[in-house]
Design a protein around this ligand. Structure first.
Ligand code: GLN
Length: 218
């Protein structure tokens, strides 16, 4: 399972009606290398985590940050990308620091590091939080002025601004960049993690991984 709208990692290609992106390409290349078949459902980030936890899905790849906290529930593959969250505000906003958020409403995406971060600074900056199911609705809340800021993985909000013309801008530095991993339910499907890691290594060794990164501008 995966997220539904998290470019460049997974997003709907309007022309084909299919989800494309770096995560989709990586998994496809690994499956081909390792000789396994799979079905992909792009249900959204929090629903994908729920599907893995309930055993409905065998695994997820969704720009998912590997954290100690999540390791209580999931086993992760080796990391395949590094990113962290960054503040984004409306393109014409005067907000330039965390201090400027004091007493304001901030948007966060359910189940993600964005929620974890905003909740971690909520009391210090006296924030109220509006929660959204996916990245596009979170951005819309900020563009429309219902929330003054959101926090999102830098590569993803950067893509939204540069490639999708979303009227946001980033503020400050990336917060604690960490690795993304493929995840399975803790203790389940160890063979899937082994195949993912073996395939990833093969893609790196052959240069195919760098080609995939380059396809998305990395
Ligand atoms: N990297 C972030 C996380 O793991 C966001 C993932 C996402 O929204 N797809 O929480």
């Amino acid at each position: 399972y995966s997220d539904n709208a998290f470019p460049p990692f997974e997003y709907l290609d309007a022309a084909t009606g299919k989800h494309v992106g770096l995560d989709m390409d990586i998994l496809a290349a690994i499956a081909e290398d390792q000789g396994f078949a799979y079905e992909m459902q792009n249900v959204g980030f929090d629903p994908a985590m729920g599907a893995v936890e309930s055993g409905q899905a065998d695994g997820m790849i969704a720009g998912m940050t590997i954290t100690e906290e999540r390791k209580a529930k999931y086993d992760f593959s080796d990391g395949y990308f590094v990113d962290g969250q960054i503040m984004a505000v409306a393109a014409d906003s005067t907000i330039a620091s965390l201090e400027d958020l004091r007493g304001q409403n901030v948007a966060a995406k359910i189940g993600t590091m964005s929620t974890q971060y905003v909740e971690s600074i909520k009391d210090e900056y006296n924030l109220t939080i509006s929660y959204f199911e996916d990245s596009p609705t979170m951005y819309a809340a900020v563009v429309q002025g219902n929330s003054v800021a959101c926090f999102e993985d830098r590569a993803v909000v950067g893509w939204a601004i540069e490639s999708n013309g979303i009227a946001l801008k980033t503020v400050g530095d990336v917060i604690e960049p960490r690795e993304y991993g493929f995840a399975v339910k803790k203790g389940e499907n160890p063979e899937l993690i082994e195949m993912f890691n073996a395939g990833l290594q093969n893609l790196k060794d052959s240069g195919a991984y760098d080609e995939l990164l380059a396809k998305y501008g990395y």
